[in-house]
Design a protein around this ligand. Sequence first.
Ligand SMILES: [Zn+2]
Length: 140
Amino acid sequence: MSFCCGASMVGTKGTLKHYRTQVHNVPLLFCPVCHRVEVHYKVENEYEVLAEYAHSDGLSEIDFQDFIMEDEESIFGNCVNREDEDPLDLVQSQIDMSLDLLTVAKQIEDSKWEDELKKRLAVMSRRRSKLLQKNSKEMK
Ligand SMILES: [Zn+2]
């Protein structure tokens, strides 16, 4: 588990810019407090090698996933949410995180990532309203 600002960083995937090259699907760690984004420590070396290769080759885009076969579970396995968490809290924190990431996506002008996040947000807000409905029924 990585920490920043005393908060645990969240695992995600996104696009990073290395000079003029955009590297897609890079496993990242994101700090929900200060919005710092860093390459996941498990793929730091691979990222550097790949980004340098793409940059020296003059590629404008590259997909990290095409080169790295590390499975997602083993990368993000240590930053999954706890199971005993309230599903509503969970969905709410995922929404907050996606909103934060959306800000990052806009900052780096990654419209593909922005669209993905918007889709994810739509799905999660539907889930949230379902959970809210369920909760209010239980209270009656
Ligand atoms: Zn931070």
